[in-house]
Design a protein around this ligand. Structure first.
Ligand code: TXA
Ligand code: MG
Length: 329
């Protein structure tokens, strides 16, 4: 199969709709990462996502809808706090889990009685979702366990020959996947951290829990139990306080003639005279935005990436650290 990358316009949207209507897959941009979309009402199309990515069959998918879509068609109970959160943060990088009406096919939620819904803010995603007119089930558009894609080229690098069309909407600005929030309880609960932080949710909803896996109990967000985001080279991870140990390790590898890079924010880079750096940028939003791009660049140029965690550990950094630990820990 030939994989085409097309900019988003009337023609490419028409192509995309034809593929989606025919039960095929289309990769599309969002403000977080690129998604691999299928018609959420078509069981075999959704199953194709799992086959194409090599995704475990018990890891449920998010249904993506455009901003004017009435989600009460898909879910039964929308608590008052969820309405407030939707008003405050949607369209945007927040996925909300509700009780499902069972309208989308069971493969989307892997048989769970809940459904995760996301309304992306990226104009290309909105155009695509409006044009196709059906809810689109979509995970990140990478091979399972690899680093999520933030450019059309990243999608191509993973899925060339496996899908017909990649809609190109430029580099994703957010850079890490959406916050996943369980809205089926009395109080919202963060299942996956992201750019919409727990504090931001608590400010609107009054309260917000954060979910941690408990040994021996069923995992509420199945995606949490899998290894993720891994670059295809060796990695090491140091805390900010141990950054000079990272520098020592860097010099050991360099002395052996290995291709070694330090991945860190601007503050740490200033302490790493003459080291080769994969720069993450200055503030937390820059670090989130650059993380996957630098990991993918690193696996191309390095034998080993030595990552140094940023000093700040709260807010958006909770989500960044979650990915960094899984990628390099
Ligand atoms: O930013 C994003 O969310 C991107 C873009 C493409 O929208 N999508 C994405 O999808 O990251 P994926 O499949 O890589 O991650 C979906 C996460 C998984 O951790 C999964 O376990 C969780 O959402 N999830 C999906 N449905 C769920 C449900 N019904 N209950 C609990 N967790 C759910
Ligand atoms: Mg993913």
């Amino acid at each position: 199969m030939k994989t085409e990358i097309l900019r988003i316009d009337e023609n490419s949207l028409m192509r995309a709709k034809k593929i989606i209507d025919g039960g095929g897959l289309v990769a599309f941009p969002t403000e977080t990462v690129y998604g691999l979309g299928a018609n959420a009402l078509n069981q075999s199309a959704v199953e194709l996502i799992f086959v194409t990515k090599g995704r475990p069959s018990d890891n449920p998918l998010i249904a993506h809808v455009h901003k004017d879509y009435d989600i009460s068609e898909l879910v039964t109970e929308v608590p008052d706090y969820a309405k407030l959160l939707a008003k405050a943060f949607l369209p945007g990088p927040l996925t909300m889990v509700y009780k499902s009406r069972g309208v989308v096919c069971p493969a989307v939620s892997c048989g769970l009685d809940t459904l995760a819904i996301r309304v992306p803010s990226h104009s290309g995603a909105q155009a695509f979702l409006k044009y196709v007119g059906v809810p689109i089930a979509a995970p990140s558009a990478n091979i399972s366990k690899h680093v999520s894609p933030v450019t059309a080229q990243h999608v191509y690098d993973d899925l060339n020959g496996k899908i017909e069309l990649i809609l190109d909407g430029g580099k994703c600005s957010g850079g890490i996947e959406s916050t996943v929030l369980d809205c089926t309880g009395e109080v919202p609960c963060v299942l996956r951290s992201g750019l919409v932080t727990r504090d931001m949710v608590a400010q609107v909803a009054g309260e917000c829990d954060i979910y941690h896996i408990v040994e021996g109990q069923r995992v509420r967000s199945p995606g949490m139990k899998y290894k993720h985001y891994s670059p295809r080279c060796r990695t090491a991870l140091y805390s900010y306080d141990d950054r000079m140990k990272a520098y020592d390790e860097y010099r050991e590898h360099a002395a052996r003639g290995e291709r070694v890079y330090i991945m860190c924010d601007d503050m740490t880079a200033a302490d790493m005279a003459d080291a080769k750096i994969l720069p993450l940028g200055g503030d937390e939003n820059a670090v989130a935005s650059n993380l996957y791009d630098r990991l993918r660049e690193g696996e191309r140029v390095a034998d080993i990436i030595i990552a140094v965690a940023p000093q700040k550990q709260d807010g958006v950094m909770v989500g960044v650290m979650n990915r960094l630990t899984k990628a390099c820990g």
